[in-house]
Design a protein around this ligand. Structure first.
Ligand code: SF4
Length: 399
């Protein structure tokens, strides 16, 4: 296992970020927060998919009023996922006017670029910290490249211009992002917020910039770090860019909680970003969430899409069952299930998995040997191979 960077642990409700806790998966709703029913439904979906913390936009009075009702509904339905309020511009006013909202949230996200530490905005930042102290909540000081505190950037540009050998503009900009986070954290501590209630993030939209900024940030502080490539984009581009950036940092032990910010396809299931986050952590061997399905890409030896369908069916079934299985059967999330297209690599991969099946390829006997713990236990044939294999997987789990 890789060594994790030492960081100060921060409790968000019952979940700990940093301080040697497992890397936490989080996500964010995209409903109108004032729509209590819709937001509760989405928080529950995200939590069920594995989001351990859920962030919610709190951008106006209606959303601030909705927060305690959302919390209450979630509690009634048995969903304990801590809620994080995402505040920009007017968070200080909303927390002041709606104490029930301040209380119901488990953490506040503050963006110093628009709540502000610039001279005019410093009182607003101070007010947000004061609320965090009063209600004993942690905060994330979340710097975002797209809304960087312009007063910090202007100051660093000015200092750079006075150097005999000014640094490249890109270096100054990265430094401005880091400085905004570190100076804001320093100010929060001076205002009375303990270090174990501060998480930092410096989100960038470029992979190399994100890696460079987090490496420097990780060296210069021991705050717990929230990782995420902001505005990662749509579809495979968003997944690849997020994975490329986060994998490099996680491999170096940097990162205590992650969020994958994918632009959803219209109407797409919001839980996709949670699954991607889990898969990054699981494929890197950092955490396990769901049994991993190993399947081959298929080739000319597979004459139909039968095996792809079976692989997909097994993966969906395992995900669906995990909330129940996790409570009953310890270690089930570490399982490997192989669904292979033919005898070329099928038996080998199936033997290495906990349970695996090698489906018949072109010209092979219409039979599918099943292996459990490296030993062939049964050969399936006929029209119900998929159903029978799913039953065998279930039996393996509960045995
Ligand atoms: Fe093709 Fe068989 Fe290899 Fe799958 S296991 S990719 S079907 S040769």
């Amino acid at each position: 296992m890789m060594n994790r960077r030492d960081s100060v642990g921060v409790k968000v409700g019952e979940i700990q970020i940093g301080g040697n806790a497992p890397v936490i998966v989080q996500s964010m709703t995209n409903t109108d927060t004032a729509d209590v029913e819709g937001t509760v439904r989405q928080v529950m979906d995200l939590a069920k998919a594995g989001s351990e913390l859920v962030r919610i936009t709190v951008n106006n009075e209606e959303s601030a009023q909705a927060i305690p009702r959302i919390r209450e509904e979630l509690d009634k339905k048995g969903c304990s996922a801590p809620l994080i309020g995402d505040f920009h511009f007017n968070g200080h006013k909303l927390l002041d006017k709606y104490p029930d909202c301040a209380e119901a949230l488990a953490k506040y996200r503050i963006n110093p670029g628009n709540v502000g530490r610039g001279s005019k905005r410093d009182p607003q930042f101070a007010q947000m910290i004061e609320f965090a102290c009063r209600y004993e909540k942690p905060v994330r000081i979340g710097v975002n490249w797209g809304s960087l505190d312009q007063s910090v950037l202007a100051r660093l540009l000015d200092e750079n211009a006075r150097l005999s050998e000014p640094k490249p503009l890109s270096d100054v900009m990265r430094e401005a992002v880091i400085t905004s986070a570190l100076e804001s954290a320093e100010r929060a501590v001076l205002l009375g917020l303990p270090k174990n209630r501060i998480v930092l993030s410096c989100k960038m939209s470029g992979v190399q910039e994100l890696i460079a900024v987090y490496r420097a940030l990780a060296e210069r502080c021991d705050y717990a770090l929230h990782l995420g490539l902001t505005e990662a984009g749509m579809g495979s581009k968003g997944i690849v860019a997020s994975t490329a950036a986060l994998a490099v940092l996680l491999q170096q032990g940097i990162g205590d909680t992650i969020r994958i910010s994918l632009t959803p396809e219209p109407g797409a299931d919001r839980t996709h970003e949670v699954i991607v986050a889990q898969e990054i952590l699981q494929t890197m061997g950092i955490r396990s969430f769901t049994p991993m399905v190993i399947s081959c890409p298929g080739c000319g030896r597979t004459t139909s899409d039968y095996f792809q369908k079976l692989a997909q069916q097994i993966q969906s079934h395992l995900r669906h069952k995990m909330p129940e299985w996790r409570k009953k059967y310890s270690g089930v999330e570490d399982m490997h299930v192989a669904v292979m297209g033919c005898v070329v690599n099928g038996p080998g991969e199936s033997k290495n998995a906990n349970i695996g099946i090698s489906l018949p390829g072109t010209g092979e006997q219409p039979v599918a040997p099943v292996f459990e713990d490296g030993v062939k236990t049964v050969t399936l044939k006929g029209d119900h191979i998929a159903e029978e294999f799913q039953e065998l997987v279930e039996r393996y789990v509960i045995s």
